[in-house]
Design a binder for this molecule. Structure first.
Ligand SMILES: [Fe+2]
Length: 284
């Protein structure tokens, strides 16, 4: 290779690299955050009552409205969730990225009010909801949207003569989580789902009569590189990052939702935003 072609090849390689990184930047900022994925999961257990066969629970998490996630996008999300015809909807925390800076609270509750589920809509606090003086503000938004708060409490979900338990714990980082209080007086024979914002809390949950823990918080890392995986996840999402985990010979299942929005940096790369759709199946 002569000197001129060496310089030309080096220049082309560098330009390609810069172009690629520019494309990756554009993709991670503008394209992937919009690529909502619906993850369908089937949960089968002996003690899911027959009347709950095909009961559909939709989980969405970590919308972080206000940080590169708009009210228009939230409206689209609501219509996508309604099209899935959920029986029950759960939101696992981090509604607004910085509650003390956010002004359009009324608009958010009007949008979320439109979510429809025959067996109700439930939510728990995440760290961003308590952070930034958001505790009361987010509480009021969700109440106006007809979401019921589970804060160290549980509720029976009844279908026909049967029931399952839906429980929710206060945020682990900035709240006062109390799992014994959450499950107080729960019949251990009943199928029990726990909402807990931070997935690593499953290491505690496994010692209690809980069948499934639904979490968010990790955002899947937001940026995942081939062969390497995530580069960063927040505290209490350092062990369990995304997808499904089994504990204690399937006594407890943990599902970690990668969330909808972004925080800190407005990027998603190999880490699409997602909704989880869980279909319950009783063993024959
Ligand atoms: Fe979050």
């Amino acid at each position: 290779m002569n000197r001129r072609s060496f310089i030309r090849n080096t220049f082309v390689s560098m330009a390609t690299l810069i172009g690629m990184s520019g494309l990756s930047y554009y993709y991670a900022r503008e394209i992937e955050p919009e690529m909502l994925r619906i993850n369908n999961e089937t949960i089968t257990a002996n003690h899911i009552p027959h009347s709950f066969n095909d009961f559909k629970i939709i989980q969405f998490s970590d919308t972080h409205v206000g940080f590169h996630y708009t009210e228009e996008q939230l409206t689209e999300l609501v219509s996508k969730i309604n099209k899935l015809k959920p029986d029950l909807i759960v939101f696992t925390g981090d509604l607004i990225d910085a509650p003390h800076e956010y002004k359009k609270t009324k608009q958010i509750s009007e949008i979320l009010y439109n979510l429809q589920a025959e067996y109700g809509k439930y939510w728990i606090y995440g760290n961003h909801d308590h952070g930034g003086y958001g505790t009361q503000l987010v509480h009021d938004i969700m109440e106006d949207a007809h979401f019921h708060l589970l804060q160290n409490s549980h509720i029976p979900i009844q279908r026909g003569q049967d029931e399952i338990i839906l429980a929710g714990i206060d945020d682990v980082i900035l709240g006062t989580p109390d799992l014994p209080a959450t499950l107080k007086n729960v019949n251990e024979e009943l199928f029990t789902i726990l909402l807990a914002h931070e997935p690593d809390f499953a290491d505690t949950t496994v010692n209690f009569p809980v069948d499934v823990q639904l979490s968010g918080h990790s955002h899947g890392g937001q940026v995942r590189l081939p062969f390497i995986g995530h580069l960063y996840t927040p505290t209490y999402a350092e062990k369990y990052i995304q997808g499904k985990y089994r504990f204690n010979q399937d006594k407890l299942l943990l599902y970690v939702n990668k969330g909808i929005g972004t925080t800190r940096l407005p990027f998603r790369f190999f880490c699409q935003p997602e909704i989880h759709s869980y279909t319950l199946k009783s063993n024959p």
